[in-house]
Design a protein around this ligand. Structure first.
Ligand SMILES: *[C@@H]1O[C@H](CO)[C@@H](O)[C@H](O)[C@H]1NC(C)=O
Ligand SMILES: *[C@@H]1O[C@H](CO)[C@@H](O)[C@H](O)[C@H]1NC(C)=O
Ligand SMILES: *[C@@H]1O[C@H](CO)[C@@H](O)[C@H](O)[C@H]1NC(C)=O
Ligand SMILES: *[C@@H]1O[C@H](CO)[C@@H](O)[C@H](O)[C@H]1NC(C)=O
Length: 311
């Protein structure tokens, strides 16, 4: 890859800030411009290295705190008009703002209204990796993220990303099943046309609600965006039920490349490794009575300070 070589050279220059703006697209998920280097490439991405509230994390069910005050999450049920694009980093839907089909997220742990601006897909080469978040050390074959910005406080995504309570991300972990979510095939079929980086296609009236698992329970914590600049303004909400995806669907997505020609590297393995949780609070509303189809098992462990115990 050319960009890798050029990048290695530029890193040696003493003053590179002027040319950094063109680097926006140059980071990767492996090699010399991979996740462990993001923070040193661009001063605006410092948090990727130095941040203490980074995402994704490995969710330890034994450390989750049950919070009965967590409200049900409310995602409005509109159909999406947008553009599905192979960015080289991921396959994503950017929602058409002008088309009036705005999807808002409220409730849950959120105190503001958030409007979805992008839907991103992360996946791996094998079935035991691909998701960004892990649960008890285990990764899932894919993760779908609904990225939303605080449209009550901020005029646009750029502003929201660097502002308090700017972003909310709803994450759906994907699990394998013989028969994958049929509606997800609409996306897969559209994505198949986007083998090369930079290709895009219009997506009309895509129904988000048909790929969202029906569950009221979730896990939430405060973290960051998982791509540069890793801004620590994101409230994460991880749904407590997977979306089902078939091997066939997964294989089709794994065939996408992050280049512009034959022999280019595949896009797969576009997940950031888990980051230290630094004793962060991870809350859940998973009810004590487990849902029958629940994949993320609840274990609560309370340690009560002796001084607080009634004598
Ligand atoms: C969900 O949001 C919609 C639109 O803002 C609102 O009309 C509805 O009452 C909300 N539902 C719940 C359960 O909060
Ligand atoms: C979305 O907007 C772009 C440009 O703003 C337009 O070219 C495209 O046709 C729109 N797509 C849909 C699905 O509305
Ligand atoms: C979502 O929020 C936006 C911005 O506040 C608003 O214009 C839009 O009508 C809302 N959509 C729905 C479906 O409630
Ligand atoms: C985003 O909003 C900020 C603050 O309202 C404004 O200064 C900036 O120009 C806007 N940026 C874009 C890209 O619209």
């Amino acid at each position: 890859m050319y960009s890798h070589i050029v990048c290695a050279l530029l890193c040696l220059l003493p003053n590179i800030t002027v040319i950094l703006s063109m680097w926006d697209e140059w980071w990767t998920y492996d090699g010399i411009s991979g996740p462990s280097r993001w923070g040193s490439y661009n001063t605006e991405w410092e948090l990727c290295d130095k941040g203490r509230f980074q995402s994704p994390i490995d969710i330890n069910p034994a450390r989750m705190i049950f919070d009965p005050n967590l409200q049900p999450l409310n995602i409005t049920n509109e159909k999406i008009d947008g553009v599905l694009m192979n960015t080289g980093h991921d396959i994503r839907i950017s929602l058409n703002k002008s088309h009036g089909s705005q999807i808002n997220i409220t409730g849950g742990p959120l105190s503001y209204k958030y409007t979805i601006y992008q839907i991103k897909l992360h996946l791996g080469t094998e079935n035991d990796k691909g998701s960004e978040h892990k649960v008890a050390g285990k990764a899932f074959p894919a993760e779908i993220q609904l990225l939303a910005y605080n449209s009550e406080l901020y005029a646009n995504v750029t502003h929201a990303k660097k502002s308090p309570y700017g972003i909310a991300v709803v994450a759906i972990l994907a699990a394998l099943k013989d028969l994958g979510n049929q509606h997800f095939s609409v996306l897969v079929r559209a994505a198949e046309k986007l083998k090369e980086k930079g290709l895009f296609t219009d997506l009309y009236k895509f129904s988000l609600s048909e790929i969202l698992p029906t569950t009221l329970s979730y896990i939430t914590y405060e973290g960051s965006l998982t791509q540069p600049g890793c801004q620590e303004t994101a409230t994460w909400v991880i749904l407590n039920r997977p979306m089902y995806i078939s091997n066939y669907q997964l294989e089709k997505l794994r065939g996408l490349t992050r280049g512009n020609g034959i022999g280019d590297p595949l896009m797969e393995n576009n997940f950031r490794p888990v980051q230290p949780d630094n004793r962060r609070l991870v809350r859940t509303n998973i009810p004590v009575k487990e849902e029958p189809d629940c994949d993320i098992k609840k274990t609560t462990s309370y340690t009560v300070n002796n001084k607080l115990k009634p004598s």
